[in-house]
Structure formats: structure tokens, C-alpha cells
Design a protein. Structure first.
Lengths: 75, 242
């Protein structure tokens, strides 16, 4: 296979990580909403943790982006 | 059309070399200087009046101070008090770099991995040194989880060691990749506006406006995450939670 074509396929494969991140972010906010509906008074207190979890999960997607960029531009 | 990566190009503004070492004043250094000057301005000018009922600028300064003070208190406890100035400085510097990067035609120093990696490495080395100073050689037992059978330890200790040494990388890549991805995305959609022209260009333009709001949130959130993870690492080193 051509090296350039393999690079493009590799960068595309690196985005599979987004599947897991989608599940993760959905899980975070889904759990937050269901928890907030059960106990609305506690909701504002955990929202900081929700944002922290969101940022940490989102970072995983960006690690995949970095890998895709590395495959495309570094090698 | 320009490439969306062009905004991250480092340009020399003042050429300055010591031997073969390139110490030029770049646009990255310029925006870091602006961030430091603005942060100093907010804190020094804001707190000059020392009013009991704070004005606007003093309110901002006190809000930032209280926010980080509360974070250090909650996550590290009283032992973290002496490291509070460092964490506040780190947070404010990253916050100003991130937010100033959203100004059109500006430059985001935190979108370069070497900048964030230098900060993360200082945090990592400092925290490790604090651990060894506080606990001596006993700090090595941080890598050995308690109450685990010996056979599992063979597996868990290498994992603990790897996850410890990966910290500076994950800390720096998180901040850098967030900034890189956000700014690239804004520029890519900016390209769509130009390509679609006056009839359909407003759709990506509306997206850009909404996304800039999200970017503002992320600029703050990443500074917060960097500071809170520094607190958590510090807490690990001081209290050796496991």
C-alpha cells in the first residue's frame, strides 16, 4: 500500500476513540440529569464535578486528535 | 486560502541569540507578557483600594482568590496553604493565556505543547520532590497499593509507576490539545463562511458564534482542570492517599 494512503487510513482509525468518548460524555451528563431529577437540591453542588469529568473525558478525544495529527504530519 | 494551522506559527519579533541558542522575543512571548501584565494589573490595581465593599475590579480579584483558595482548602487541606500562591499563579496565567487567545489576530501560548509541558513538568518534579521531602524513602510505597495480594502486586506496581510518570504528559497534552483543537475548529468553520458566501455563509457563522461561547467555557475549564489536578497531585504527595 502507498504510504500516504496508509497515513490517511491510520488517521481515520485514530478517530475510533471518539466512540468511547461519546459514551463517556453522554454517561456523565445522563447520570447528572437523572441524579438531579431525583434530588434537585444537590444538583448545583455536583455540577463542578460534572464539568471536571466532562473536561477529563473530552481530553481523551483530544489525545486521539493528537495521535491523528501525529500520524498525518509528523511521520 | 490560509491553512487553519497557520495561526499557531511562531514568528520572531526581536532577533536575539546567545551563541547558538535562539532566545528571540517571539509572538508567543509577547502574548505571555501581555497575560502577565494584565493579570498583575487586575490583582495589584484591583486590590489597591482595599475597600470593605469591593468595586468591580476588586470583586474580580477577590473572586479569583477565593475560588482557588477554596479549591486548595477542599482538595489538599491545611497542609496545602503554603502552595496556594503557586497554584493561584498557575491558574491565573493559564486562564489569561487561554482567554486572550480567543481575541481575533492574537496568539495562544498554551496551544504549544512545549509551553504546557514545561508547566506540567515543573508541577510533576515539584510534587515528587515534596513527596520525598515529606516522607523520605517511604514515599516509594506510594506505588504499592495496600491490602492487595502479592501476585496482583506484580501487575499493579508497574501500572501505578507508569500512571505516575505519565502525569506530566497527560496534564500538558490535555491543555495543549484543547486549545489546538478549539482554535483549529474555529478557523475551519471560518473557512466555510468564506466558501459558502453571502447566501449560506450565515449558518457556519452562527455556529462559530455559539462555538466561541463554548471555547470561552473551555478556556476557563482547562485552567481549572490544570489547577485542580495540580491540587490532587499535591494531595497525593502530602497525604499519600493510598
Amino acid at each position: 500500500m502507498d504510504a500516504a494512503a496508509a497515513k490517511l487510513i491510520g488517521a481515520g482509525l485514530a478517530t475510533i476513540a471518539l466512540a468511547g468518548v461519546g459514551v463517556g460524555i453522554g454517561n456523565i451528563f445522563g447520570s447528572f440529569v437523572s441524579g438531579a431529577l431525583r434530588n434537585p437540591e444537590a444538583a448545583p453542588r455536583v455540577f463542578g464535578n460534572v464539568l471536571l469529568g466532562f473536561a477529563l473525558t473530552e481530553a481523551v478525544a483530544l489525545f486521539a486528535l493528537v495521535i491523528a495529527f501525529m500520524i498525518l504530519f509528523v511521520f | 486560502m490560509h491553512s487553519p494551522m497557520e495561526q499557531f506559527e511562531i514568528k520572531r519579533l526581536l532577533d536575539f541569540r546567545i551563541g547558538s541558542f535562539d532566545a528571540s522575543y517571539t509572538n508567543s512571548a509577547l502574548w505571555m507578557t501581555i497575560a502577565v501584565i494584565l493579570a498583575t494589573f487586575v490583582f495589584v490595581i484591583g486590590m489597591r483600594q482595599k475597600a470593605l465593599v469591593p468595586g468591580r475590579l476588586q470583586g474580580v480579584a477577590e473572586l479569583g482568590y477565593e475560588f482557588i483558595a477554596g479549591m486548595v482548602r477542599d482538595n489538599v487541606g491545611n497542609a496545602g496553604k503554603q502552595y496556594f500562591p503557586f497554584i493561584l499563579t498557575l491558574f491565573v496565567f493559564i486562564l489569561f493565556c487561554n482567554v486572550l487567545g480567543l481575541v481575533p489576530y492574537s496568539f495562544t501560548p498554551t496551544s504549544h505543547i512545549i509551553v504546557t509541558f514545561a508547566m506540567a513538568l515543573v508541577v510533576f518534579l515539584g510534587v515528587t520532590a515534596i513527596g520525598f521531602i515529606k516522607h523520605g524513602v517511604h514515599f516509594v510505597s506510594f506505588f504499592v497499593p495496600k491490602g492487595v495480594p502479592f501476585v496482583l502486586l506484580l501487575l499493579l506496581v508497574p501500572i501505578e509507576i507508569i500512571s505516575y510518570f505519565v502525569r506530566p504528559f497527560s496534564l500538558s497534552i490535555r491543555l495543549f490539545a484543547n486549545m489546538l483543537a478549539g482554535h483549529t475548529m474555529l478557523k475551519v468553520f471560518g473557512g466555510f463562511v468564506v466558501m459558502l458566501g453571502i447566501w449560506a455563509g450565515w449558518a457556519p457563522l452562527a455556529f462559530i458564534i455559539a462555538f466561541t461561547g463554548l471555547e470561552l467555557l473551555i478556556a476557563f475549564l482547562q485552567a481549572y482542570v490544570f489547577a485542580i489536578l495540580t491540587c490532587l497531585y499535591l494531595n497525593d504527595a502530602i497525604h499519600m492517599s493510598h
